[in-house]
Design a protein around this ligand. Structure first.
Ligand code: HEM
Length: 279
Protein backbone atom coordinates (compact mmCIF):
# COMPACT_ATOMS: atom_id res chain seq x y z
CA UNK A 1 0.00 0.00 0.00
CA UNK A 2 2.79 2.39 0.98
CA UNK A 3 4.50 1.53 -2.32
CA UNK A 4 1.42 2.48 -4.35
CA UNK A 5 1.18 5.81 -2.53
CA UNK A 6 4.85 6.57 -3.21
CA UNK A 7 4.36 5.83 -6.89
CA UNK A 8 1.27 8.00 -7.06
CA UNK A 9 3.05 10.82 -5.26
CA UNK A 10 5.97 10.62 -7.68
CA UNK A 11 3.62 10.69 -10.67
CA UNK A 12 1.79 13.73 -9.27
CA UNK A 13 5.11 15.48 -8.68
CA UNK A 14 6.23 14.79 -12.25
CA UNK A 15 2.96 16.13 -13.64
CA UNK A 16 3.19 19.19 -11.39
CA UNK A 17 6.75 19.90 -12.56
CA UNK A 18 5.80 19.38 -16.19
CA UNK A 19 2.80 21.69 -15.80
CA UNK A 20 4.80 24.46 -14.19
CA UNK A 21 7.32 24.12 -17.02
CA UNK A 22 4.84 24.56 -19.85
CA UNK A 23 1.16 24.16 -19.07
CA UNK A 24 -0.97 21.09 -19.63
CA UNK A 25 1.06 18.12 -20.81
CA UNK A 26 0.19 15.42 -23.25
CA UNK A 27 0.84 12.98 -20.40
CA UNK A 28 -2.00 14.20 -18.21
CA UNK A 29 -4.66 14.49 -20.91
CA UNK A 30 -6.02 11.63 -22.97
CA UNK A 31 -6.61 13.81 -26.01
CA UNK A 32 -8.53 11.46 -28.29
CA UNK A 33 -10.42 9.89 -25.38
CA UNK A 34 -11.53 13.33 -24.19
CA UNK A 35 -12.73 14.37 -27.64
CA UNK A 36 -14.61 11.11 -28.05
CA UNK A 37 -16.37 11.38 -24.69
CA UNK A 38 -17.33 15.00 -25.23
CA UNK A 39 -18.62 14.36 -28.75
CA UNK A 40 -20.66 11.33 -27.74
CA UNK A 41 -22.22 13.13 -24.77
CA UNK A 42 -23.01 16.16 -26.90
CA UNK A 43 -24.71 14.07 -29.61
CA UNK A 44 -26.75 12.21 -26.99
CA UNK A 45 -28.26 15.48 -25.80
CA UNK A 46 -28.34 17.20 -29.22
CA UNK A 47 -28.17 14.76 -32.17
CA UNK A 48 -27.87 17.58 -34.72
CA UNK A 49 -24.42 18.48 -33.49
CA UNK A 50 -22.99 15.28 -35.01
CA UNK A 51 -23.90 16.37 -38.54
CA UNK A 52 -22.52 19.82 -37.82
CA UNK A 53 -19.15 18.37 -36.76
CA UNK A 54 -18.79 16.27 -39.92
CA UNK A 55 -19.62 19.26 -42.11
CA UNK A 56 -17.09 21.31 -40.13
CA UNK A 57 -14.24 18.98 -41.17
CA UNK A 58 -15.10 19.53 -44.84
CA UNK A 59 -15.44 23.29 -44.49
CA UNK A 60 -12.21 23.67 -42.48
CA UNK A 61 -9.99 21.34 -44.49
CA UNK A 62 -11.19 22.43 -47.96
CA UNK A 63 -10.19 26.07 -47.35
CA UNK A 64 -6.44 26.46 -46.65
CA UNK A 65 -6.16 22.85 -45.49
CA UNK A 66 -6.99 21.60 -41.99
CA UNK A 67 -5.86 24.65 -40.02
CA UNK A 68 -8.79 25.61 -37.79
CA UNK A 69 -9.40 28.70 -39.96
CA UNK A 70 -13.15 28.06 -40.02
CA UNK A 71 -13.31 28.59 -36.24
CA UNK A 72 -11.94 32.14 -36.18
CA UNK A 73 -14.12 35.12 -35.26
CA UNK A 74 -11.29 37.55 -35.97
CA UNK A 75 -7.77 37.58 -37.40
CA UNK A 76 -4.88 40.08 -37.34
CA UNK A 77 -5.84 41.24 -40.87
CA UNK A 78 -9.31 42.26 -39.63
CA UNK A 79 -11.07 40.86 -42.71
CA UNK A 80 -14.38 39.00 -42.51
CA UNK A 81 -13.59 35.45 -41.45
CA UNK A 82 -14.80 32.23 -43.06
CA UNK A 83 -17.79 32.13 -40.71
CA UNK A 84 -19.23 35.10 -42.61
CA UNK A 85 -19.14 33.27 -45.95
CA UNK A 86 -22.44 32.51 -47.69
CA UNK A 87 -21.23 28.93 -48.12
CA UNK A 88 -20.85 28.65 -44.35
CA UNK A 89 -24.44 29.58 -43.48
CA UNK A 90 -25.79 27.09 -40.96
CA UNK A 91 -22.35 25.89 -39.92
CA UNK A 92 -22.43 24.83 -36.28
CA UNK A 93 -20.60 22.93 -33.55
CA UNK A 94 -18.39 25.85 -32.50
CA UNK A 95 -19.36 25.91 -28.84
CA UNK A 96 -18.68 22.18 -28.52
CA UNK A 97 -15.23 22.74 -30.05
CA UNK A 98 -14.70 25.47 -27.40
CA UNK A 99 -15.73 23.08 -24.63
CA UNK A 100 -13.36 20.40 -25.87
CA UNK A 101 -10.53 22.92 -26.22
CA UNK A 102 -11.06 24.08 -22.63
CA UNK A 103 -10.50 20.50 -21.48
CA UNK A 104 -7.42 19.90 -23.62
CA UNK A 105 -5.42 23.07 -22.94
CA UNK A 106 -2.71 24.80 -24.89
CA UNK A 107 -0.88 21.83 -26.38
CA UNK A 108 -3.65 20.60 -28.68
CA UNK A 109 -4.48 22.56 -31.81
CA UNK A 110 -8.00 23.59 -32.74
CA UNK A 111 -7.38 22.03 -36.17
CA UNK A 112 -6.75 18.63 -34.55
CA UNK A 113 -9.90 18.99 -32.45
CA UNK A 114 -12.05 19.65 -35.55
CA UNK A 115 -10.69 16.53 -37.27
CA UNK A 116 -11.01 14.27 -34.21
CA UNK A 117 -14.49 15.56 -33.36
CA UNK A 118 -15.73 14.94 -36.92
CA UNK A 119 -14.21 11.48 -36.86
CA UNK A 120 -15.91 10.64 -33.56
CA UNK A 121 -19.25 12.01 -34.75
CA UNK A 122 -19.02 9.78 -37.84
CA UNK A 123 -18.26 6.75 -35.71
CA UNK A 124 -21.11 7.45 -33.31
CA UNK A 125 -23.73 8.28 -35.96
CA UNK A 126 -22.82 5.17 -37.96
CA UNK A 127 -23.15 2.90 -34.94
CA UNK A 128 -19.40 2.21 -35.06
CA UNK A 129 -19.40 1.14 -38.71
CA UNK A 130 -17.37 4.12 -39.87
CA UNK A 131 -14.20 4.09 -37.76
CA UNK A 132 -10.83 5.42 -38.80
CA UNK A 133 -7.57 6.73 -37.43
CA UNK A 134 -6.14 10.11 -38.29
CA UNK A 135 -2.75 11.51 -37.30
CA UNK A 136 -2.47 14.46 -34.89
CA UNK A 137 -0.03 17.37 -35.00
CA UNK A 138 -1.91 19.93 -37.11
CA UNK A 139 -1.22 23.59 -36.41
CA UNK A 140 -3.67 26.48 -36.40
CA UNK A 141 -3.43 29.15 -39.09
CA UNK A 142 -3.92 32.87 -38.65
CA UNK A 143 -5.66 33.57 -41.96
CA UNK A 144 -9.42 33.22 -42.45
CA UNK A 145 -11.37 34.96 -45.20
CA UNK A 146 -15.06 34.85 -46.06
CA UNK A 147 -14.28 35.69 -49.68
CA UNK A 148 -11.86 32.76 -49.91
CA UNK A 149 -14.39 30.36 -48.39
CA UNK A 150 -17.00 31.45 -50.92
CA UNK A 151 -14.53 31.07 -53.77
CA UNK A 152 -13.18 27.69 -52.70
CA UNK A 153 -16.13 25.73 -51.24
CA UNK A 154 -18.54 24.15 -53.75
CA UNK A 155 -21.94 25.80 -54.13
CA UNK A 156 -25.21 23.91 -53.91
CA UNK A 157 -26.18 25.40 -57.30
CA UNK A 158 -23.15 23.91 -59.10
CA UNK A 159 -23.48 21.75 -62.20
CA UNK A 160 -21.83 18.33 -62.14
CA UNK A 161 -18.75 19.52 -64.08
CA UNK A 162 -18.25 22.38 -61.61
CA UNK A 163 -18.41 19.98 -58.67
CA UNK A 164 -15.97 17.68 -60.38
CA UNK A 165 -13.55 20.57 -61.13
CA UNK A 166 -13.87 21.80 -57.55
CA UNK A 167 -12.87 18.41 -56.20
CA UNK A 168 -10.10 17.98 -58.79
CA UNK A 169 -8.46 21.20 -57.52
CA UNK A 170 -7.94 19.44 -54.19
CA UNK A 171 -6.82 16.27 -55.92
CA UNK A 172 -10.07 14.48 -55.12
CA UNK A 173 -11.63 12.25 -57.77
CA UNK A 174 -15.15 12.19 -59.08
CA UNK A 175 -15.74 8.98 -57.14
CA UNK A 176 -14.58 10.69 -53.95
CA UNK A 177 -17.10 13.46 -54.65
CA UNK A 178 -19.83 10.82 -54.81
CA UNK A 179 -18.52 9.15 -51.64
CA UNK A 180 -18.27 12.28 -49.48
CA UNK A 181 -21.63 13.58 -50.65
CA UNK A 182 -23.06 10.54 -48.88
CA UNK A 183 -22.60 12.58 -45.67
CA UNK A 184 -25.86 14.23 -46.72
CA UNK A 185 -27.68 11.20 -45.33
CA UNK A 186 -27.72 13.31 -42.15
CA UNK A 187 -28.63 16.89 -41.43
CA UNK A 188 -31.59 17.71 -43.64
CA UNK A 189 -34.37 16.09 -45.62
CA UNK A 190 -36.09 16.85 -48.91
CA UNK A 191 -38.09 19.69 -47.37
CA UNK A 192 -35.02 21.26 -45.84
CA UNK A 193 -36.03 20.13 -42.36
CA UNK A 194 -33.12 19.00 -40.26
CA UNK A 195 -33.45 15.25 -39.79
CA UNK A 196 -30.27 14.66 -37.85
CA UNK A 197 -32.32 13.91 -34.75
CA UNK A 198 -33.28 10.58 -36.31
CA UNK A 199 -30.67 10.27 -39.05
CA UNK A 200 -27.96 7.64 -39.16
CA UNK A 201 -24.79 8.13 -41.14
CA UNK A 202 -25.21 5.41 -43.73
CA UNK A 203 -25.74 4.84 -47.46
CA UNK A 204 -29.37 6.04 -47.36
CA UNK A 205 -28.33 9.16 -49.31
CA UNK A 206 -27.92 7.04 -52.43
CA UNK A 207 -31.37 5.50 -52.02
CA UNK A 208 -32.80 8.99 -51.53
CA UNK A 209 -30.93 10.48 -54.46
CA UNK A 210 -31.89 7.74 -56.90
CA UNK A 211 -35.51 8.20 -55.81
CA UNK A 212 -35.47 11.99 -56.36
CA UNK A 213 -35.53 12.72 -52.64
CA UNK A 214 -32.59 15.06 -52.23
CA UNK A 215 -32.66 18.77 -51.66
CA UNK A 216 -29.77 20.36 -53.46
CA UNK A 217 -29.02 20.62 -57.13
CA UNK A 218 -25.43 19.60 -56.31
CA UNK A 219 -26.84 16.28 -55.09
CA UNK A 220 -29.16 15.41 -57.95
CA UNK A 221 -26.90 16.61 -60.76
CA UNK A 222 -24.60 13.71 -59.95
CA UNK A 223 -27.18 11.42 -61.50
CA UNK A 224 -26.69 13.21 -64.81
CA UNK A 225 -23.28 11.58 -65.20
CA UNK A 226 -23.23 7.92 -66.21
CA UNK A 227 -20.15 7.03 -64.14
CA UNK A 228 -21.30 8.96 -61.02
CA UNK A 229 -24.79 7.46 -61.38
CA UNK A 230 -23.23 3.99 -61.55
CA UNK A 231 -21.14 4.68 -58.45
CA UNK A 232 -24.23 5.88 -56.60
CA UNK A 233 -26.09 2.70 -57.52
CA UNK A 234 -23.14 0.65 -56.28
CA UNK A 235 -23.09 2.47 -52.93
CA UNK A 236 -26.86 2.15 -52.64
CA UNK A 237 -26.50 -1.62 -52.97
CA UNK A 238 -23.38 -2.05 -50.87
CA UNK A 239 -23.53 -0.35 -47.48
CA UNK A 240 -20.24 -1.84 -46.30
CA UNK A 241 -18.35 -0.56 -49.30
CA UNK A 242 -19.66 2.94 -48.67
CA UNK A 243 -18.76 2.80 -44.96
CA UNK A 244 -15.20 1.78 -45.83
CA UNK A 245 -14.76 4.19 -48.72
CA UNK A 246 -16.27 7.06 -46.72
CA UNK A 247 -13.84 6.39 -43.87
CA UNK A 248 -10.87 6.30 -46.26
CA UNK A 249 -11.92 9.53 -47.97
CA UNK A 250 -12.46 11.28 -44.62
CA UNK A 251 -8.87 10.30 -43.74
CA UNK A 252 -7.69 11.89 -47.01
CA UNK A 253 -9.76 15.02 -46.26
CA UNK A 254 -8.40 15.21 -42.71
CA UNK A 255 -4.84 15.13 -44.05
CA UNK A 256 -5.14 18.13 -46.38
CA UNK A 257 -2.07 20.15 -45.42
CA UNK A 258 -2.40 23.66 -44.04
CA UNK A 259 -1.46 26.38 -46.53
CA UNK A 260 -1.70 30.13 -47.00
CA UNK A 261 -0.70 31.39 -43.54
CA UNK A 262 2.64 33.07 -42.83
CA UNK A 263 2.61 31.77 -39.29
CA UNK A 264 1.20 28.72 -37.54
CA UNK A 265 0.54 28.22 -33.85
CA UNK A 266 -1.53 26.31 -31.36
CA UNK A 267 -4.27 28.73 -30.48
CA UNK A 268 -5.19 29.31 -26.86
CA UNK A 269 -8.75 30.14 -27.89
CA UNK A 270 -10.10 28.57 -31.08
CA UNK A 271 -12.01 31.74 -32.00
CA UNK A 272 -9.05 34.14 -32.08
CA UNK A 273 -5.41 34.00 -33.09
CA UNK A 274 -2.92 34.23 -30.23
CA UNK A 275 -1.89 37.69 -31.44
CA UNK A 276 -5.50 38.86 -31.12
CA UNK A 277 -5.96 37.42 -27.61
CA UNK A 278 -7.27 40.10 -25.27
CA UNK A 279 -8.65 42.35 -28.03
C1 HEM B 1 -20.05 18.39 -52.87
C2 HEM B 1 -20.44 19.59 -52.59
C3 HEM B 1 -21.26 19.95 -51.40
C4 HEM B 1 -22.22 20.91 -51.38
C5 HEM B 1 -22.63 21.80 -52.53
C6 HEM B 1 -22.80 20.91 -50.05
C7 HEM B 1 -23.79 21.76 -49.62
C8 HEM B 1 -24.44 21.70 -48.42
C9 HEM B 1 -25.51 22.54 -47.99
C10 HEM B 1 -26.06 23.73 -48.80
C11 HEM B 1 -25.91 22.14 -46.77
C12 HEM B 1 -27.06 22.70 -45.92
C13 HEM B 1 -26.52 23.72 -44.95
C14 HEM B 1 -27.59 24.37 -44.12
O1 HEM B 1 -28.35 25.17 -44.66
O2 HEM B 1 -27.67 24.07 -42.92
C15 HEM B 1 -25.09 21.01 -46.41
C16 HEM B 1 -25.20 20.32 -45.24
C17 HEM B 1 -24.34 19.33 -44.86
N1 HEM B 1 -23.20 18.92 -45.53
FE1 HEM B 1 -22.71 19.40 -47.41
N2 HEM B 1 -22.18 19.96 -49.29
C18 HEM B 1 -21.22 19.36 -50.06
C19 HEM B 1 -20.34 18.38 -49.66
C20 HEM B 1 -20.26 17.89 -48.38
C21 HEM B 1 -19.21 17.05 -47.88
C22 HEM B 1 -17.99 16.64 -48.69
C23 HEM B 1 -19.50 16.77 -46.59
C24 HEM B 1 -18.75 15.94 -45.58
C25 HEM B 1 -17.78 15.15 -45.81
C26 HEM B 1 -20.75 17.41 -46.27
C27 HEM B 1 -21.43 17.30 -45.10
C28 HEM B 1 -22.61 17.94 -44.80
C29 HEM B 1 -23.38 17.67 -43.61
C30 HEM B 1 -23.08 16.63 -42.55
C31 HEM B 1 -24.47 18.54 -43.64
C32 HEM B 1 -25.56 18.71 -42.59
C33 HEM B 1 -25.08 19.74 -41.60
C34 HEM B 1 -26.03 20.06 -40.47
O3 HEM B 1 -27.19 19.64 -40.49
O4 HEM B 1 -25.60 20.76 -39.54
N3 HEM B 1 -21.17 18.11 -47.37
N4 HEM B 1 -24.19 20.77 -47.43
Amino acid sequence: MAKVNTGAALLSLCLLLARSAGGTTAADVDVEGTVRTEVENAIKSNPGVGAALIRLVFHDCWVNGCDGSVLLDQTPSGSNTEKKAINNIGLDGFSLIDTIKSKLGNNVSCADIVVFAGRDAARYLSGGKIAYSVPSGRKDGIVSSAAAADAILPHSTFEFQQLKDNFAKKNFTQEELVILSGAHSIGYDTTGVNTAAKGALDNSYYHANLQNRVLFKSDWVMRTDIKAGGDMAEYMNNATKWNNDFAATMVKLSKLPAEGSTHYEIRKNCRVTNQNQGF
